[in-house]
Design a protein around this ligand. Structure first.
Ligand SMILES: *Cc1c(COP(=O)(O)O)cnc(C)c1O
Length: 404
């Protein structure tokens, strides 16, 4: 099942967000069909042979492709402004697919210190076992990225804004550094999403997603994706999918496909609440520091506004006022344990506001030195702002913050 290429030509992003998909089936369903099947019946033995050889379009086996999954890929590619997209079972398996496709033993990758915790673990430790070298540099210092380039550097992988401190890096500057070295730039666009930031337009070669977060948007399923050129997707990533099998389940693809229809309006509404909450926290006597790109106090505020459609996004973090790491941890735990409405949960990108203690959860597997480099202190709380009324969000956080 394919898409009539003329059908989507010239349409706006808003329209593509609800319309880009494979063609309707013969039944004319309005909501995209969910094709739950692991195999496909072949019209003839000759056709099957051609399809398996890649000489003819057509579905062959669930690990290789599925029409519902293809609809999600087409829609996400349209929103990111990418030629193509390939989806995976989770965000981490998208990163694994990217690395398995692009890198071999002896190659070198540059990331920032403040990448998502599991990304640091995957690239810094798991891939090191297979001879992939990595360097971790300060997120916001483009010169440090440049200085880390080696003759064997193949990939620069940036995440902006970062989790949980919302550090912002200059995508265009990193793309230039990568391309000058004949390397590729990949951007984890999980926090900003294509609603706010489109890295390909700024020179990135690959956009990576955890669909588990804002693309789903309601905390229901796991998903991941890579957006890139048609050539990278079909020649570099698809072969990895076929042999390694990090395939996105059709049901999960369908949920995330429908999530994309409301992505822009959710991001706008949740980001507006996040900005108001960040301003309120900044003036709270129990709070030492707020990290949010929408605040003028954020060190990369201007870059963030230019790069992210004038919007800070829906995630912020803040440090409770405390003396030393032990008191910081105790007070952060007190705030989290005092919550009655908001969720104590390490996920993000839900319509329900989620609060977490990064130092003991998402960044808990890192060594103390890696955690220090990432700036994840014990008094830090991350808030992924949802769609509750702002005053209820404030009241729930105030319960702990006002009773140290
Ligand atoms: C959650 C997350 C990932 C990993 O995605 P999963 O779907 O959990 O595998 C990668 N990067 C960032 C920034 C994330 O927040």
């Amino acid at each position: 099942m394919t898409t009539d290429p003329t059908k989507l030509e010239g349409l706006h992003r808003d329209t593509l967000a609800v319309r880009a998909a494979v063609d309707r089936s013969q039944y004319g369903e309005n909501s995209e069909a969910l094709y739950l099947t692991s195999g496909y019946v072949q019209p003839s033995a000759e056709a099957a042979a051609r399809r398996f050889a890649g000489d003819e379009e057509g579905y062959t086996y669930g690990r290789y492709g599925n029409p519902t999954v293809a609809s999600f890929e087409q829609r996400l590619a349209a929103l990111e402004g990418a030629e193509a997209c390939i989806s995976t079972a989770s965000g981490m398996s998208a990163i694994l697919m990217m690395c398995m496709g692009l890198l071999k033993s002896g190659d070198h990758v540059i990331c920032s210190h403040s990448m998502f915790g599991s990304t640091i673990k995957l690239i810094g430790s798991d891939l090191a076992k297979f001879g992939v070298e990595s360097s971790f540099v300060p997120q916001t210092d483009a010169n440090a990225w440049k200085a880390a380039i080696k003759p064997n550097t193949k990939l620069l992988f940036a995440e902006t804004p970062t989790n949980p401190l919302t550090d912002v890096c200059d995508i265009r500057a990193l793309a230039d550094i990568a391309h000058d070295a004949d390397a590729l730039l990949a951007v984890d666009n999980c926090f900003a999403t294509p609603a706010l930031q489109r890295p390909m337009a700024l020179g990135a070669d690959i956009v990576m997603h955890s669909g588990t977060k804002y693309l789903d948007g309601q905390g229901r399923v796991m998903a991941g994706a890579l957006c890139a050129s048609e050539e990278l997707v079909t020649k570099t990533f698809l072969p990895v999918l076929k042999s390694a099998g990090m395939t996105l389940a059709p049901f999960n693809a369908w949920v995330v496909l429908k999530g994309l229809e409301t992505l822009d309006i959710r991001m706008a509404a949740q980001s507006a609440r996040a900005l108001a909450l960040a301003q309120w926290l900044q003036s709270h006597p129990g709070v030492a520091r707020v990290h949010y790109p929408g605040l003028t106090s954020h060190p990369q505020h201007e870059l963030a506004m230019a790069q992210q459609s004038n919007c800070g996004g829906a995630v912020l973090s803040f440090e409770v006022k405390a003396v030393g790491a032990d008191e910081g941890r105790a007070r952060a735990f007190h705030v989290l344990d005092s919550l009655q409405t908001l969720s104590l949960s390490t996920n993000l990108g839900d319509t329900k506001t989620l609060c977490a203690h990064p130092a003991s959860t998402s960044h808990g597997r890192l060594t103390e030195a890696q955690r220090q480099a990432a700036g994840v202190v014990q008094g830090l709380i991350r808030v992924a702002v949802g769609l509750e009324h702002l005053s209820d969000i404030q009241a729930d956080l105030d319960r702990g913050l006002s009773s140290f």
